[in-house]
Design a protein around this ligand. Structure first.
Ligand code: PLP
Length: 405
């Protein structure tokens, strides 16, 4: 395999540290990925060499910053194979992207008595905005369930969809179960019934090649910080026709064409949805993260992470008392589990003292916890930089902790 893990890791100085005098092992990339030096240098370069507020002033610094900012829009367009750059809207993150659609799309298209189908394996940020919109409009949120192995029961979709259904909100990849959902299939069923589909790609876009045109989904959203980029930046991609029909989300500078006390007209896409000064630094540094992913290769990353997933699972399977959550045949690099007699918080805390960062708790996915009748899980997740040696360290530490209980 041409995957050069040693070279990749050289770009992430944080990974070469010790914590509590132990080798640092980072197994929490699903929460937020570490950043390569290229991203950090880009932020520094911006502030040293060409900072100015974008789109507005007619001076060198602003022009240069604007060009860099807009170039990232083109990079993202290519990265997800969007049809046009106007379809790429910068937000604060996945959460804001979903709130934007829930607010604006629902303002225009959702009526009293309508229904929104939301999968049972969603992050809170892909449930609550729909509940809020439904409350405002007198509409209803309907659950699309998953089975105990963590597979979405899409065979139930045709019976859940009716004339009142306006939208289906579903994660491409579950942040707890790791399940990769069949978004093209879901979209096909939805579109046959005139229903719009929003896909939460927060846990997918850093692991799987995304082609929004091929999948034919209507909205696709994600966050830069899970893609080795800065936090406070996200993307809403939407089909131009729908975005054009939707009213603005927030009012302010940049999103207008003309303002008077009598009448305000709005800017064109994508600026109609980008009110105020955006996270200029974040977006420009996000471009460096995209370049980095492209350089390593998304298919190569996927292959490596799959190898890590299989390796970790084969080791974990040998440990007594393990309970796994999410055993879909299509999975990305997330493993959620509990060990008999060990509370996940205790496990997380003890592993931390051994230098290993994992995630514990409900993972902002209460409906998944409710499905299994549990309070929380331990979760390990991999990024492009993890190694089998790190998994060995984790497994040894896990066995040590188990012995304590
Ligand atoms: N959706 C999924 C599947 C997630 O895993 C997360 C974050 O963990 C989010 C949405 C929210 O992302 P953000 O906090 O970057 O807005």
């Amino acid at each position: 395999m041409r995957y050069n893990i040693k070279k990749i890791r050289e770009n992430f100085p944080i990974l070469n540290q010790q914590v509590y005098n132990k080798t640092f092992v980072y197994l929490d990339s699903a929460a937020s990925a570490q950043k390569p030096v290229q991203v950090l240098l880009k932020e520094e370069q911006l502030h040293n060499d060409f900072y100015g507020n974008i789109h507005r002033a007619a001076h060198f610094m602003a022009d240069k910053a604007t060009a860099e900012f807009e170039a990232v829009r083109d990079k993202i367009k290519d990265f997800i194979n969007a049809e046009s750059r106007e379809e790429i809207i910068f937000t604060k993150g996945t959460t804001e992207s979903i709130n934007l659609v829930a607010s604006s799309f629902c303002e225009k298209f959702l009526n009293a008595g309508d229904e929104i189908i939301v999968s049972e394996m969603e992050h809170h940020s892909n449930i609550v905005p729909w509940q809020l919109a439904a409350q405002r409009k007198g509409a209803k949120v309907v659950k699309l369930p998953f089975s105990d192995d963590g597979v979405l029961q899409i065979e139930k979709l045709p019976e859940l969809i009716n004339k009142k259904t306006k939208l289906i909100a579903v994660a491409h990849v579950s942040n707890v179960l790791g399940t990769v959902n069949p978004i093209s299939e879901i979209t096909k069923i939805a579109h046959e019934n005139g229903v719009v589909v929003l896909v939460d790609g927060a846990q997918a876009v850093q692991h799987i090649k995304i082609d929004v045109q091929k999948t034919d989904v209507d909205f696709y959203v994600f966050s830069a910080h899970k893609m080795y980029g800065p936090n406070g930046v996200g993307v809403l991609w939407g089909k131009k026709k729908l975005l054009n029909e939707m009213p603005p989300y927030q009012g302010g500078g940049e999103m207008i064409a003309e303002v008077s006390f009598e009448k305000t007209t709005f800017n064109e896409l994508p600026y109609k949805f980008e009110a105020g000064t955006p996270n200029i630094t974040g977006v420009i540094a996000f471009g460096a993260a995209i370049d980095f992913i492209n350089e390593v290769g998304i298919d190569e990353i996927a292959e490596w992470e799959h190898e890590l997933l299989e390796y970790a699972k084969s080791k974990l399977d040998k440990i007594e008392g393990m309970n796994f959550y999410g055993e879909s045949p299509t999975k990305t690099s997330v493993i959620s589990f509990n060990i008999d007699g060990v509370h996940s918080y205790d496990l997380g805390m003890l592993l931390d003292k051994l230098g290993i960062a994992i995630r514990t708790g409900h993972h902002c996915a209460d409906t998944v916890m409710q499905h299994f009748g549990i309070q929380g899980t331990a979760r390990i997740s991999f990024g492009m930089y993890n190694t089998k040696a790190e998994i060995d360290i984790f497994i040894a530490a896990l066995n040590r902790v188990r012995m304590m209980f």
